[in-house]
Design a protein around this ligand. Structure first.
Ligand SMILES: [Mg+2]
Length: 136
């Protein structure tokens, strides 16, 4: 194979890769609005997870701009879930009550549960599955 042929092959490979990338992009564009909504929601949730980790790693729990930005991005996506009829506020509010009740039992975030776990125990018993209930 001559140098000229090698360059031709490389050029063709680059063109093919470029076309492949374009095909992937056009497939992404074929997602309907609700599918786009879920993809972007996933991305924003990932970005918020990253900012939570950075807040903990840096020991900066208050007033971090990048954290606030990601909370706002997720909040926007939740509002869009409602605007596109993917969720209803009543479903979310019902779930909020359920989650608050669980948190009142299994965390220190809400302090009105008479059987709050942290008041009864010295800690979470991870082996008995307590951790899973925390994050349900
Ligand atoms: Mg974001």
């Amino acid at each position: 194979m001559t140098t000229h042929n090698v360059l031709d092959v490389k050029k063709r490979m680059i063109l093919r890769m470029g076309r492949g990338r374009k095909n992937v992009m056009s497939e992404m564009r074929q997602l309907d609005a609700r599918q786009q909504l879920l993809v972007i929601l996933m991305e924003e949730c990932g970005e918020l997870i990253q900012e939570c980790s950075k807040s903990l790693r840096k020991g900066e729990l208050f007033d971090r701009d990048s954290f606030k930005n990601e909370v706002g991005d997720v909040y926007t996506m939740i509002n869009l879930l409602h605007e596109w009829d993917v969720i209803s506020w009543s479903d979310i509010e019902e779930r909020e009550q359920h989650k608050r009740h669980k948190l009142s039992r299994w965390s220190d975030l809400i302090t009105d549960h008479p059987l709050q776990y942290s008041k009864l125990s010295t800690g979470t018993n991870w082996k008995d599955g307590d951790g899973g209930e925390l994050f349900e």
